[in-house]
Design a protein around this ligand. Structure first.
Ligand SMILES: C[S@@+](CC[C@H](N)C(=O)[O-])C[C@H]1O[C@@H](n2cnc3c(N)ncnc32)[C@H](O)[C@@H]1O
Length: 285
């Protein structure tokens, strides 16, 4: 069978399984099976598929019919222009999280702490953009930390990134001029309404802290002052309706210059704050 014929059969299958963007996903998975970049696919559509390619494509389609996310099937996701390995133990990095990275890189920093690092996408993108900086990525999931460490190696950042199993700040020492986090923030009541790709396949620990969805921000707000240098910044991603509540938690914790920033779609996405006090001696906070 040619790749074009396989693609023609795949699209209605994914469509019947309720996959949004069935044609796009069928193409990405076909490129994965052929071992080529998706933008090269058109060139290869007339080619006969080999038996191993057909087997890989069939397995990928079956997984997608079961609503497994494409990034978990291909094992990779491009974030901030960098390739990240993604597994069932990590959140699939979302494009809206790039708003947090852009804000982090808007000012210099030397020591960054990423709370709930997952694939390491925020920490490693920040380090790529700030060549003098070093950083620590923290997660409660040892399996996610293994993926993050692998991504650091693949990106040539292993000398500047360290990973630590910790419940938020519990095992973190020292002081940082930047703290970043995209913590779990979905309220317990919202979990049943999520798309199957998220609800059934992404790690529960990465999605929700339970309750009203704000518990991780409460823990982070409580601990941030002790780990930020005077003048240091904290940036957290939030759900689009959570900005004012998280801004309130930061103000109550004694943080200043609290701002709510939008993502590329204009929705509230990042809450930024600063620890009051003089900037550190290098002037980098
Ligand atoms: C929403 S995911 C974000 C992952 C990654 N930073 C990103 O933006 O794609 C939240 C991460 O926080 C981690 N996490 C959840 N509870 C935690 C806790 N108490 N302490 C540390 N990390 C935690 C999860 O394992 C998950 O990797």
């Amino acid at each position: 069978m040619t790749a074009a014929e396989a693609l023609r059969l795949a699209v209605p299958r994914l469509h019947s399984a309720g996959v949004e963007g069935a044609a796009r996903d069928a193409r990405v998975l076909l490129a994965h099976a052929l071992g080529i970049a998706p933008d090269r696919l058109t060139l290869h559509l007339p080619d006969e598929m080999t038996e191993p390619q057909a087997v890989i494509y069939e397995a990928a389609l079956a997984a997608r019919e079961a609503r497994r996310p494409v990034a978990q099937i291909t094992g990779k996701r491009l974030f901030w222009g960098l390739p990240f390995r993604v597994t069932r133990d990590t959140l699939d990095p979302r494009p809206e999280t790039e708003a947090l990275v852009a804000e982090a890189l808007a000012r210099p920093f030397l020591k960054v702490l990423d709370l709930g690092t997952g694939t390491g996408c925020i920490l490693l993108s920040c380090l790529k953009g700030m060549p003098m900086a070093r950083g620590v990525g923290v997660d409660l999931s040892p399996a996610a930390l293994t993926v993050a460490a692998g991504n650091a190696r693949d990106l040539g950042l292993e000398d500047r990134a360290r990973f630590l199993e910790s419940d938020w700040f519990a095992k973190v020492g020292g002081a940082f001029d930047l703290i970043v986090s995209n913590p779990p923030y979905i309220a317990a009541a919202e979990m049943p309404g999520l798309a199957p790709e998220v609800r059934d396949w992404e790690p529960h620990l990465a999605l929700t802290p339970g309750g009203d969805g704000l518990d991780a921000y409460r823990a982070i707000a409580r601990g941030a002052g002790a780990r930020l240098m005077p003048g240091g910044r904290i940036l957290v991603e939030t759900g689009p309706t959570q900005g004012p509540a998280v801004a309130g938690l930061f103000r109550q914790a004694g943080l200043g210059e609290v701002r709510i920033l939008p993502d590329m779609d204009g929705r509230d996405r990042v809450v930024a704050a600063v620890k009051p006090g003089a900037a550190d001696r290098c002037g980098c906070a």
